[in-house]
Design a protein around this ligand. Sequence first.
Ligand code: NCD
Length: 466
Amino acid sequence: MKLTNRDLVTIDDLSNPEIKGLFSLADEMADATSEQYGVCKGKIMASLFFEPSTRTRLSFEAAMHRLGGRVISAVDIGSTSLAKDESIADMARVVGAYADIIVIRHPWEGAARVVADYAGIPTINAGDGGHEHPTQTLCDLYTIRKERGTLRGLKIALWGDLKHGRTVHSLIYALARFGATILFCPGRGLELPEHVLKRLDTEYKGELRRYDNREQEPDSKLFPIDAVYMTPTSPHQLAMLPDISLRVELKEGVDALYVTRLQRERQAPASDQKELGKRYPVVDRRLLKGQGFEKTLVMHPLPRVDELACEVDSDPRSMYFKQAAYGMPVRMALLSLLLGTKEVALPEGHRSFAKKVQYPVYKRDSAVKCSNAKCVSNQATETKYIKPEFRVVSNKPVTLRCTYCDHELRPGYVASAEWHQGKLENKKYHRADSHWARKIKPENLIVFASEEEAQAKQFRPGHYSR
Ligand code: NCD
């Protein structure tokens, strides 16, 4: 298996066999760290961290040093020309000429995609705002696989800030692909974003069940589960009788509890941080004494604040420092594969490329913009060259997904390029949720942000415009 010159922007850039191949190389490198010196000799990694980082940056840099490569770095936007309003694309082109591989962390969602598009060298997303953090997911999966031997059929609970935590977003997609059952345990008001739930539902073919803990008898209450996602490989009785069988299932135990901190830096400015902090769910010895946690791996991407009590550190179930330590061999394997200095054999019959669902791209000029204020496509320095770009993910109702940050939006009005065939009298627009809209083929779809935009483009109200 070769991954030469590939990017890792989202966890879906790697297929399951590729992840397994990477893990076998990481195993090899972990067993003989000092023998890897020379694998990336003469290569330069640019380490660009425009948000705080300890583990991710230092493990990437240590990995490159262990491989015999060199590192150039920028760790503060204020010390780069981005502070002079340089665009991300220009920075990427310049750094792409100095280095052989880029590792980027940036607060804007989709920033790593832009770097990958313009740098001309492999780009690794080390966290783009609240969007994704695929290399943390590799460390998480590697840890679970090391401890449990497999991911298939495991019950993994995700705990805390599921709304803003980028690590859980990447992890969820991977767990679904590897056939795990996911239990969602968010803090109040910190549930998974709608676009992540939608994607789970439409792309991974599993079943999502909401679970209302409050309606249960106090003595049969589970720990605070909000929803359960079952992949097709999970026991089907769980799907038929979600509440009762879930309780039965959980008695057999949760395999891993993945704790995350409240992402204070990503809360809306108006949110009451003190209140959120006060009611944030805590994992401590008492919780872990409960039924079902006897063999649970307690995981955390770190840094932790108050959500995971220090008393758990000495418990053999705690995995978080091991998880951080695995970051180095996993990133050594990733760097050497993307730089093409290492290859690994794939198990027989496995395709090496990622099997992504391919949605048609919406390419026409339109006033429709991504609805996410943190998306790179909405930033003043970037709009000069980035055109909002979407995939058409549904026509019932018409739904577009931003190529950069994955947020979904539903335009108000639509038309079909096929129907009017250039004739002015046939240029009609309709409401996007009308039954006309469903008939428009993606390649003919025209979307409008407003009726004013449709009319400015010489479309007239159709039968279903009201
Ligand atoms: C995480 C991150 O930066 O997203 N940390 C990490 O990379 N290990 C988690 C966090 O900051 O809460």
